[in-house]
Design a protein around this ligand. Structure first.
Ligand SMILES: Cc1ncc(COP(=O)(O)O)c(C=O)c1O
Length: 354
C-alpha cells in the first residue's frame, strides 16, 4: 500500500492546505562559497500563527483530541516555545481552551513581559501559563493540570512537548510524502536534507515517511537540545521505528537513516554561538530569510559547517528544511547589536557578500 493511503487511515484536521515551496538560495550559496547549492523547503510558511513545523504535527494530534471529545488542550515547551504558540493558535481556531506549561531550561530565562513567542502567548491569550524550573518532571505537571481541569468539568487532552509522539510525528511522514511528490515532479538531485532535531518528532517522522515511500534521501539532524549525538540518535531511532510500524512497516529501520550531528549546539539549548549568529545574519542579508537562534539558525549553521568540512560532494544540491521559529528572533535583540545602530555600523561581510 502507498504511503499516502497509509496516512489516510489517520484523522487529520487539514491544516496543511498545499505543499510548502522548495526554493533555491543562490545568493546564500554564493556568499558561502563552500561548493554546495542550498535549497530550502519553506515549512516556515505553513499555516497557523506565523508558521513552522508544529502545524504538521498538530494536524494529527488535534484531530485525535477532537475525536476523543476534548474541549481543552494542555501542552508544554520551553519559555519561547514555537510548539506552545502554534498549539495555542490552533486551539483558538478550534474553539478549545489552551493551557501551557513552560520549562525554564535556562535559569532566569522566563520573562513574563518578554517578546517573541512569550508576547504571543499573552496576545493570543493562553488560558493558563505555568512556569516550572528546568529539569522538572514536565509531563507530571501537564497531567496535574489536566486532572484539575477534569475536576472542574472540562475534557482536557494532553499533547506531549513538541507533539513528539508517534501520532504527532506522522505530520512529518506526511511531509515526506509531500516531498517525494515534489521531487517526482522536479528532480533536484538531492541526496541529503538537513533539519533541526530537538524533541525528535520532525526528524523521526521524516525518516519513517521517506523509508515507507521507498526514498533514499538521507535526513541529517542537527542537535539543538542534547549535547551528545548518540543520545539524540537513540531518541530519533526509537520514535522513527514506532512511526514506521504505525505506517505498516516491519522491523527496525537501518540506523544509518537516523544520523545526528552534535557540533553546532553552541553553549546549550537556546544559547547561540558565533556559528549560529553567522547563519542568522547570512540568511537574512543574502536571501531575506529569517532563521532563529534556537532551532533553524543552528540547523543552518550545521549545514554550513558540514559543507565546510567537506561532508557533501562538490557541487551537491542540499535541501535545508526550514522548520520555522523566527518569532523567537525578536527576543534575541541584544545578540544582534548592529540592529541597534546605524546600518553603517553593521559588521562587514554578509551585506558585502550580496
Ligand atoms: C522552529 C523549530 N524547528 C525545529 C524544532 C525541532 O523539531 P522537533 O522538536 O520535532 O525535533 C522545533 C521544536 O520545537 C522548532 O520549534
Amino acid at each position: 500500500m502507498t504511503l499516502s493511503r497509509r496516512l489516510a487511515a489517520f484523522p487529520r484536521r487539514g491544516y496543511v492546505k498545499s505543499p510548502t515551496p522548495i526554493e533555491h538560495l543562490p545568493r546564500l550559496s554564493r556568499a558561502l562559497d563552500v561548493g554546495v547549492e542550498i535549497f530550502v523547503k519553506r515549512d516556515d510558511l505553513l499555516p497557523g500563527c506565523l508558521g513552522g513545523n508544529k502545524t504538521r504535527k498538530l494536524d494529527f494530534a488535534i484531530a485525535q483530541a477532537l475525536a476523543e471529545g476534548a474541549d481543552a488542550l494542555v501542552t508544554s515547551g520551553a519559555v519561547q516555545s514555537n510548539h506552545c504558540r502554534l498549539t495555542l493558535a490552533w486551539a483558538i481556531h478550534e474553539g478549545l481552551e489552551c493551557h501551557l506549561v513552560l520549562e525554564e531550561r535556562v535559569p532566569r530565562s522566563y520573562d513574563p513581559r518578554g517578546s517573541g513567542n512569550n508576547f504571543l502567548f499573552n496576545l493570543l491569550g493562553a488560558d493558563s501559563v505555568t512556569v516550572v524550573p528546568g529539569g522538572s518532571p514536565v509531563s507530571e505537571k501537564t497531567a496535574e493540570i489536566a486532572d484539575r481541569l477534569r475536576v472542574s468539568g472540562r475534557r482536557p487532552y494532553v499533547i506531549p512537548g513538541g507533539a513528539a509522539d508517534p501520532l504527532g510525528a506522522l505530520g512529518y511522514a506526511a511531509c515526506a510524502q509531500e516531498l517525494v511528490e515534489q521531487l517526482d515532479e522536479i528532480d533536484y538531485g538531492f541526496r541529503h536534507v538537513t533539519c533541526a532535531t530537538g524533541s525528535g518528532g520532525t526528524q523521526s517522522g521524516l525518516v519513517a515517511g521517506l523509508a515507507a515511500a521507498g526514498s533514499s534521501l538521507e535526513v541529517l539532524g542537527v542537535n539543538v537540545r542534547r549535547p551528545r549525538r548518540e543520545a539524540q540518535e537513540e531518541l530519533v531511532a526509537a520514535l522513527a521505528d514506532e512511526v514506521f510500524r504505525l505506517l505498516g512497516g516491519a522491523g527496525p529501520l537501518e540506523r544509518r537513516r537516523t544520523r545526528c550531528f552534535e557540533g553546532f549546539l553552541g553553549p546549550g539549548y537556546s544559547l547561540p554561538d558565533e556559528g549560529t549568529l553567522e547563519a542568522v545574519r547570512l540568511a537574512a542579508r543574502t536571501e531575506a530569510l529569517l532563521v532563529d537562534p534556537v532551532y533553524t539558525g543552528k540547523a543552518l549553521a550545521g549545514l554550513i559547517g558540514l559543507a565546510r568540512e567537506g561532508f557533501f560532494e562538490r557541487g551537491e544540491r542540499v535541501l535545508f528544511l526550514h522548520t520555522g521559529g523566527f518569532p523567537a528572533l525578536f527576543s534575541y535583540l541584544p545578540a544582534f547589536p548592529e540592529t541597534a545602530g546605524p546600518l553603517s555600523e553593521a559588521p562587514a561581510g554578509p551585506a558585502a557578500a550580496r
